[in-house]
Design a protein around this ligand. Structure first.
Ligand code: FE2
Length: 386
C-alpha cells in the first residue's frame, strides 16, 4: 500500500495549483449535530472527550423551539441541537437519521458572496443569506446542501465579537472536565450511495472549487469480505479535507452500506480530530469510557518496523505502548501518522470519531485500511449486518 501511495503527489502546492479558491474558505467554523437529547449529549461530549462548555441558547435566551449547546476544545466547536416540541423540522431529521451531523459550517470572509458563487455553480440552497445581530455585532450566514440532508453553512463573523453567534450566551458551568488534547478537525468523511462518489467529487470540484488530491479504489480498499472506494477532496489552502466514500461490490456487506442503511441515506461518517500526543489523548479517552475498535492482531504490530522503514528512526512512540492502546500506525514518503477509531457514538452504527496524530504524513492511513476494516467487520458480524 505504501508503494502505491508513493506515485501520488499530494503536496500542498499541487492543491493550490488545481483549486479555484473563489470562496475562499478560512477553516471549519463549527459542526452541528441534531440529537435527541442535547443536554445529555453535551454531558457525554464534555465528560468523555473533554470538550468545554462554551455557549448556549434555549428557553432562557428566547429560543422557544430549539436548544443548542456549543462545546469547544482548542479549535474544534461542536453544536448539539435538539427540538423543544413536536413541530420542529429537526424532529424529522432525528426520526430519519438518528443523532448525526446536520451542518458542517465553513468560515468565510463574505457569506453572501460564498452563497452567490456556489448557487451560481449549481448548489441547492438550504437558506439564503441572513443577518443576525446583538450588542456584540452581527454575523451573516447562508447555507447550501451537500450529500444527503447534510448542509454547508457559510459563516461570516468579521463584524462579530460575541461568544459564538447572536442569540447565544456564554455557557458557564461548574462542571469542567479536563480537555483530552484534541486540537482541530483534520478531516471529515462523507458516506454516499452506490455510484454516487464521483457525483459528489464533481460537486466539490465544480461548486466549491475543491480538488481531488488522493483516490483509493476497491482494489486498494478491501478485505476478504467487503470493499469501498474513496476520494479525498481538499479546498485551496488545504485546511478543509473531505474524503468521500461509496460502497463497492464484494462477498459481504460493506461498512458503508451498513452506514447508509442505518443513517437512511448519505451523511457524515466520521470526524477526524487531531492531537499532538495521541498516547496521552487515547489513554484519557479510554479512562473516560470511550470505546475504540478492537486491536488488530499481533502480526500487525510485529510488522510495524518493516512497514515504517526509514521513519522508524524518527518514531518517538514505543510500539508496545501503541499496541497496548490499539493505536494504528501508517507512513508515507513525508512521514508517519498515528490513528485510532472509536466505535459508533450512538446506538445506530453511523457517526464515529477518529483520533489522529500526524508526524509529517499527509495521507489518511491507507496502510491501515485492511486491518481497520477487518476490525469493523468483526463488529458488523456481531451486529448481524455483515
Ligand atoms: Fe479518517
Amino acid at each position: 500500500m505504501a508503494d502505491e501511495l508513493k506515485s501520488v503527489d499530494y503536496g500542498l502546492e499541487k492543491i493550490f495549483e488545481g483549486a479555484q479558491d473563489f470562496l475562499p474558505l478560512l477553516g471549519t467554523d463549527y459542526v452541528e449535530l441534531y440529537v435527541g437529547n442535547a443536554k445529555q449529549a453535551a454531558h457525554f461530549y464534555k465528560t468523555a472527550f473533554g470538550f468545554q462548555s462554551y455557549a448556549y441558547r434555549g428557553l432562557e435566551t428566547g429560543s422557544k423551539n430549539e436548544v443548542s449547546y456549543v462545546l469547544k476544545q482548542d479549535k474544534i466547536r461542536l453544536v448539539l441541537t435538539s427540538p423543544l416540541g413536536s413541530q420542529s423540522k429537526i424532529n424529522e431529521h432525528i426520526v430519519k437519521h438518528g443523532d448525526g451531523v446536520k451542518i458542517v459550517a465553513l468560515w468565510v470572509d463574505d457569506a453572501r458572496d460564498a452563497y452567490a458563487q456556489t448557487t451560481k455553480r449549481g448548489a441547492k440552497s438550504y437558506c439564503e443569506p441572513f443577518v443576525e445581530k446583538d450588542e456584540d455585532g452581527e454575523t451573516v450566514r447562508a447555507g447550501i446542501y451537500t450529500y444527503g440532508e447534510t448542509v454547508h453553512m457559510f459563516v461570516e463573523r468579521k463584524n462579530y465579537n460575541g461568544v459564538f453567534l447572536p442569540g447565544y450566551r456564554a455557557w458557564e458551568s461548574d462542571y469542567n472536565p479536563e480537555p483530552t488534547g484534541l486540537k482541530y478537525i483534520d478531516h471529515m468523511v462523507g458516506n454516499v450511495g452506490w455510484n454516487q462518489m464521483n457525483t459528489w467529487v464533481k460537486f466539490y470540484e465544480d461548486v466549491m472549487g475543491f480538488v481531488n488530491f488522493l483516490s483509493f479504489d476497491d482494489k486498494q480498499i478491501h478485505t476478504e469480505y467487503s470493499a469501498l472506494m474513496s476520494k479525498v477532496m481538499s479546498n485551496g489552502n488545504g485546511r478543509i479535507k473531505f474524503p468521500i466514500n461509496e460502497p463497492a461490490e464484494a462477498a459481504k456487506k460493506s461498512q458503508i452500506e451498513e452506514y447508509l442503511d442505518f443513517y437512511e441515506g448519505a451523511g457524515v461518517q466520521h470526524l477526524a480530530l487531531a492531537t499532538d500526543d495521541i498516547i496521552r489523548t487515547v489513554a484519557q479517552l479510554k479512562a473516560r469510557g470511550i470505546e475504540f475498535l478492537p486491536p488488530p492482531p499481533q502480526t500487525y504490530y510485529d510488522d510495524i518496523p518493516q512497514r515504517l522503514g526509514e521513519h522508524m528512526k524518527v518514531m518517538k512512540e514505543d510500539i508496545e505502548k501503541l499496541q497496548e492502546l490499539s493505536i494504528l500506525v501508517d507512513a508515507d514518503e513525508d512521514g508517519y501518522l498515528l490513528q485510532i477509531f472509536t466505535k459508533p457514538l450512538q446506538d445506530r452504527p453511523t457517526l464515529f470519531f477518529e483520533i489522529i496524530q500526524r508526524m509529517g504524513a499527509k495521507g489518511f492511513g491507507a496502510g491501515n485500511f485492511k486491518a481497520l476494516f477487518e476490525s469493523i467487520e468483526r463488529e458488523q458480524a456481531q451486529r448481524g449486518t455483515l
